[in-house]
Write a protein that binds this ligand. Structure first.
Ligand code: G4P
Length: 524
């Protein structure tokens, strides 16, 4: 097996959080430590402002930047770090779910004052489904927050995963003095300076030196806390973290650069290198000689002067080389890529080669769909790009009879990109677009107009959930479809989807048709 050294030094992960917990700040600080940026503030521009719920043009402006910052890669110590960015705005949650299929581990940022919030819970569900190892960074310790033990209990309960602190805060808010690094047994003292790295002091917790450094009251408290931690939490074992049974927790303050380097240093050591991935035909091992990869994200550049898209390909095995012929499995064609790109903090560069674990950007003029597989010739299909039941639904109608074709093409291509989900109602033939939030409808309408010269209008549709249905009992399935014929639809893959208009209706259906399984994600 070639490429072994290159692959084992790769760490491909995503940082996820509820908006405002500090994801952008932490990402930026990791880039700072990785030597990728010199000043804080460089990544910030990429952020979609949460307040601008419908300022679509503003988002557009920022998307230009997000193409290059969708993936950030840098070398740190002997490791190659690939951070996959996820959109902060919750209306683009589906994009985040897909990104999670391309990572080997995840760092979850929580605001230590707010604890676990809705979006974090949802994202953790996705991690759990895929057994992705997670590390938790409890941010904003410089603010008055929850008691750390209470926070750990909350994390355990709300995220349904055992936790193990690997660093411990010494007080918090204005009295925050630093953290005790349980992984290295070192004391890191807090210096509230945004640009200066903190100093590590080696202190034996039982020595008087500790009292001298942080004061007797804090020292007594720390000793008590550490004793309690040792008593309550089992010893940290890398294995249990890698098998997604335990989430290590670090405390810190990303804004103040505090606890970030500790996190990074520990992360590169314990986080998984590229892992085997299940394809329909077989398991693909990263170290295999032959290249394989899949497209997990397509980003359109809507600048009318450069109407190209970038398809993001996760390399699952082997080595990718520029200009080498690869098989696009879905359409059976062989393609050479003359300008594959990789992404540094703020720039795109053409790459000659890339290895399993890396993400490359491929220019896309409409040849790719989310989930497409590329190989060195093998007929292989990666599975598991889940679609979740949308939360909002609307009928999409043509509002210009002369442009029916443009609209159909536009809808088709936008759905290929994964902008939203499309269902066709089997009763009336109408197209239903499902999204996570209102913003996506605006995005679709705007893009149909500007990229496809088509115009659409939305008609309200009140639905509770889209459920993918299946049963071993063909007759029962048929009788259900007959009974619910007005609410039956097909997704783009032609699967049966029941559009339940209320929770009550869904519960009744589940009760009346016990032989039918109702799924809220397309992957089951
Ligand atoms: P997000 O990407 O998860 O949405 O969060 P982001 O990093 O943008 O952080 C949200 C807000 O929290 C920002 O303030 C940021 O400065 C602040 N923040 C991040 N880390 C810390 C921390 O460790 N301590 C404290 N006290 N604050 C932190 P903002 O006012 O929304 O933005 P800005 O004006 O500072 O840019």
């Amino acid at each position: 097996m070639a490429n072994e050294t290159e692959i084992s030094r790769r760490r491909t992960f995503a940082i996820i959080s509820h908006p405002d917990a500090g994801k952008t700040t932490l990402t930026e600080k990791l880039l700072l430590f990785g030597g990728q940026i010199q000043v804080a503030g460089a990544v910030k521009n990429n952020k979609i402002k949460k307040s601008a719920t419908s300022d679509w043009m503003e988002i557009e402006k920022q998307r230009g930047i997000s193409v290059t910052t969708s993936v950030m890669e840098f070398d740190y110590q002997d490791y190659k770090i690939n951070i996959l960015d996820t959109p902060g705005h919750q209306d683009f949650a589906e994009d985040t779910f897909r990104t999670l299929t391309a990572v080997d581990s995840v760092i979850i940022v929580v605001d230590s004052a707010k604890g676990v919030e809705a979006q974090t819970r949802k994202l953790m569900e996705v991690c759990r489904m895929r057994n992705t190892p997670v590390i938790i960074y409890a941010n904003k310790m410089d603010r008055e927050g929850k008691d750390p033990f209470d926070l750990l209990d909350e994390l355990e309960e709300e995220l349904q995963i055992a936790v193990r602190p690997l660093s411990w805060p010494i007080d918090q808010g204005p009295r925050f003095k630093g953290v005790y690094n349980l992984y290295e047994n070192k004391l890191n003292l807090f210096q509230p300076d945004k640009q200066v790295m903190t100093e590590k002091v080696e202190v034996d917790v039982s020595s008087e030196e500790l009292d001298a450094q942080i004061g007797t009251t804090a020292a007594v408290q720390l000793r008590e806390d550490l004793e309690l931690i040792e008593g309550v939490y089992p010893e940290f074992e890398q294995e249990t973290y890698l098998s997604a049974q335990v989430a290590p927790v670090f405390f810190g303050s990303a804004l103040n650069n505090f606890g970030v380097q500790e996190l990074l240093d520990c992360f590169v050591q314990i986080a998984p290198s590229p892992q085997p991935i299940e394809a329909i035909e077989r398991e693909v091992i990263p170290q295999e000689d032959k290249f394989t990869g899949f497209i997990f994200k397509i980003t359109a550049n809507i600048d009318p002067n450069h109407r190209s898209c970038v398809a993001f390909c996760k390399i699952c095995s082997g080595r990718f080389e520029r200009n080498k012929p690869y098989l696009h499995v879905r359409n059976g064609k062989t393609i050479r890529f003359s300008s594959p790109t990789q992404f540094m903090a703020q720039r795109k560069t053409t790459v000659e080669e890339a290895f399993a674990g890396d993400i490359i950007g491929l220019p896309d003029n409409g040849i790719f769909k989310i989930g497409d597989t590329l190989t060195s010739g093998e007929d292989l299909h990666f599975k598991g790009l889940p679609s979740f039941s949308p939360l909002m639904f609307k009928y999409i109608e043509n509002s210009d009879p002369m442009k029916q074709k443009q609209l159909a093409k536009g809808i088709d291509q936008l759905m290929d990109e994964g902008v939203a989900q499309l269902f066709v109602n089997q009763f009336n033939g109408r197209k239903v677009v499902g999204t996570v939030g209102q913003l996506q409808f605006e995005v679709i309408q705007y893009r149909l107009e500007h990229e496809y010269n088509a115009s659409c209008r939305w008609e309200p549709l009140s639905l509770f959930k889209a459920c993918w249905i299946e049963s071993d009992d063909e007759a029962e399935l048929e009788s259900f479809k007959k009974r619910k014929y007005q609410y039956m639809a097909k997704d783009r893959a032609g699967r049966d989807v029941f559009l339940a208009d209320s929770n009550y209706v869904l519960q009744m259906a589940q009760q009346d048709f016990k032989g039918i399984r109702f799924h809220f994600t397309s992957e089951f």
